[in-house]
Write a protein that binds this ligand. Structure first.
Ligand code: NAP
Length: 295
């Protein structure tokens, strides 16, 4: 059996078209243009490429979007003042501070300074808390994207054994939490594995749905999964360069071997990655609608 490939590229394309239509309607009927600012501190090449992709998508969807580049040596105080400026800017509905920040800046302090109403990354404790108790809020983009992929690929989550590998605040913990919630894409029985898990294969072999966010190339091998599993591979690992200097990427699972056993699997690249940016855009449209009192 060869697995169905769940294409994040295709699903993201559908959602972006829906968003484009929604943005046009918001503009035409209500005069509302979603506004997104991405704040980049320093010139970390990976961060530059992430922010550029976010800005490109925002432009394509018809947003008012601003890329605010700040020098590596900006002080914490100056950065907090900048956030305050955008918190009070009525043309901006979403504020994204690209992580990681330089070491002299307290990341939590910066993230907590963003108004929860403009926290389109879903990292503010107010949004995290609302997510945990199942209230409407901005969901963090990568887990939100995974949920959307599962729903749109018709993967049954209710009653499923879900195993998540990884317990970070941006992927592992929130996706585990979302899959527990009483709503579509939820109602699963969830296990979380991490580096202190005694026998990871014992857990992964039980999984109907396996979500891997460890950041370790091919940490999940074919002997660790059962036939018919659905695999969501979140990992993005740079394992070398092509002769042209382009990064060679691989996920956290042994894709070639596992696709022969799985019912469905996401590729890397082209799986979860495109969904993350798309959900950022979805959150920004939601923020604009909330600001305009339309929801
Ligand atoms: P992270 O903060 O480094 O967390 C990794 C987690 O995996 C930790 O909880 C760690 O356990 C666990 N882990 C690491 N090696 C393990 C092993 N051998 N066995 C079991 N657990 C292990 O990483 P992250 O930010 O969640 O990101 C994870 C991966 O997803 C990275 O490759 C990242 O680039 C990728 N990512 C992709 C997207 C996207 O849009 N495609 C978005 C976010 C992240 P401990 O807690 O015990 O250390």
């Amino acid at each position: 059996m060869s697995a169905k490939i769940i294409s994040g590229v295709e699903i993201a394309k559908q959602i972006r078209q829906e968003l484009k239509d929604e943005v046009k309607e918001l503009k035409d009927k209500h005069g509302v243009v979603p506004g997104l600012v991405t704040i980049l501190v320093g010139e970390n090449p990976a961060s530059v490429s992430y922010v550029t992709a976010k800005q490109r998508t925002a432009h394509e969807l018809g947003f008012h979007s601003i890329q605010d580049d700040q020098p590596e040596d900006i002080s914490e105080d100056e950065l907090l003042k900048l956030i305050d400026k955008y918190n009070n800017d009525e043309s901006i509905h979403g504020i994204l501070v690209q992580l990681p920040l330089p070491k002299h800046i307290d990341e939590s302090k910066v993230l907590y300074a963003i108004s929860p109403d403009k926290d389109v990354d879903g990292f503010h404790p107010v949004n995290v808390g609302k997510m945990v108790i199942g209230e409407p809020c901005f969901l963090p983009c990568t887990p939100h994207g995974i949920l959307e992929m599962l729903i749109r690929a018709d993967v049954e989550t209710s009653g499923a054994e879900v195993v998540v590998v990884g317990r970070s605040n941006i992927v592992g913990k929130p996706i585990a939490n979302l899959m527990l919630q009483k709503r579509p894409g939820g109602n699963a029985t969830v296990t979380i594995c991490h580096t202190r898990t005694r026998d990871m294969a014992f857990h992964t072999k039980r999984a109907d749905i396996l979500i891997v966010a460890a950041g370790r190339p091919k940490v999940i091998t074919a002997d660790m999964v059962k036939d018919g599993v659905v695999v969501i591979d979140v990992g993005v690992n740079r394992i070398g360069k092509t002769p042209e200097g382009k990064a060679i990427l691989c996920g956290d699972v042994d894709f070639d071997a596992i696709k022969e056993k799985a019912a469905a699997i996401t590729p890397v690249p082209g799986g979860v990655g495109p969904m993350t940016i798309t959900m950022l855009m979805k959150n920004t449209v939601q923020a604009a609608k909330q600001f305009a009192g339309l929801v």
